[in-house]
Design a protein around this ligand. Structure first.
Ligand SMILES: N[C@@H](CCC(=O)N[C@@H](CSS)C(=O)NCC(=O)O)C(=O)O
Ligand SMILES: [Fe+2]
Length: 255
């Protein structure tokens, strides 16, 4: 007799349309233990309601990195789910309940995420791999047909190129890849697609570095307060006063 129902995954991809961020809820259907990846402050109420409706128990809120373009929802989520723990990479040098590093596992029920360090967009960028469901959550290291920029925080194009090739595109070709953002309406991709069609990562390392130097993108509009807010996982009490006031004000304007 098989027990596949005991190993199955409950999965939701959610979208925040101001920052074009994807948030993911994953739960083990057998135990109902769940995690959330990259929640956004503005959509915490929506996401909390969904988690309650699904009847799952939220163990961890994982940030793939210290985001620069929006404030993480992990701090506000703690108010809804007090036992939940915030997670960031130890290399992020930030404040979180748990600091994880390359090679560690994050378990929820019968499911286990492998933590892979994929620096280059920031030093603390992580990719979370769920091998048994052949999925990986790449944050801003690898975007669909793109990649994270390398012109601020601790960005380094050579490091990013190596991270993506060694830790993400080296996964089996059928693995599905889920990024932290998409700006063109695409929702997910696969290792095979990105190996063949990623216009940046199919270049040589030197060509990639040259291309990344010349992107000329404007800085994210909310970077000045998003980075310090995310360095403390979006927890108001841990923010300096100016950051807290700006975050509160921007949330009021949103609501
Ligand atoms: N316009 C947005 C910011 C867009 C941006 O810079 N996105 C980042 C990911 S969020 S740190 C990025 O790496 N983009 C790569 C690319 O090629 O677009 C805003 O103002 O918030
Ligand atoms: Fe980012």
């Amino acid at each position: 007799m098989t027990h596949n129902h005991l190993r199955s995954l409950l999965f939701r991809q959610l979208f925040e349309n101001v920052s074009s961020t994807y948030t993911y809820v994953l739960a083990c259907t057998a135990s109902k233990e769940a995690i959330i990846i990259d929640p956004v402050l503005e959509t915490v109420d929506r996401d909390s309601k969904l988690i309650n409706e699904l009847g799952v128990k939220l163990l961890y809120a994982l940030n793939t990195h210290v985001h620069a373009d929006h404030v993480t929802g992990t701090g506000e989520l703690k108010k809804h789910f007090p036992l939940m723990k915030t997670v960031l990479a130890n290399k992020a040098n930030a404040k979180s309940d748990l600091q994880v590093q390359h090679g560690e596992k994050i378990d929820f029920g019968r499911k286990s995420l492998e933590v892979r360090a994929t620096p280059g967009h920031t030093n603390g960028c992580l990719t979370y791999v769920l091998h048994e469901d052949r999925m990986a959550f790449t944050g801003d290291a690898l975007l669909i047909r793109g990649c994270g920029r390398t012109d601020f925080q601790q960005g380094n194009a050579r490091t990013l190129y190596r991270s993506v090739h060694q830790q993400i595109l080296s996964l089996p070709p059928d693995y599905s890849l889920f990024p932290a953002h998409d700006y063109s309406g695409l929702t997910c991709t696969s290792v095979e697609e990105e190996r063949n069609f990623n216009p940046r990562l199919t270049k040589t390392e030197d060509e990639f570095i040259d291309l990344m130097k010349n992107l000329n993108l404007p800085y994210p509009k909310h970077m000045e307060y998003s980075v310090p807010a995310n360095m403390v996982c979006g927890i108001y009490d841990l923010m300096d006063e100016k950051t807290r006031k700006t975050v509160e004000q921007s949330l009021e304007e949103h609501n």
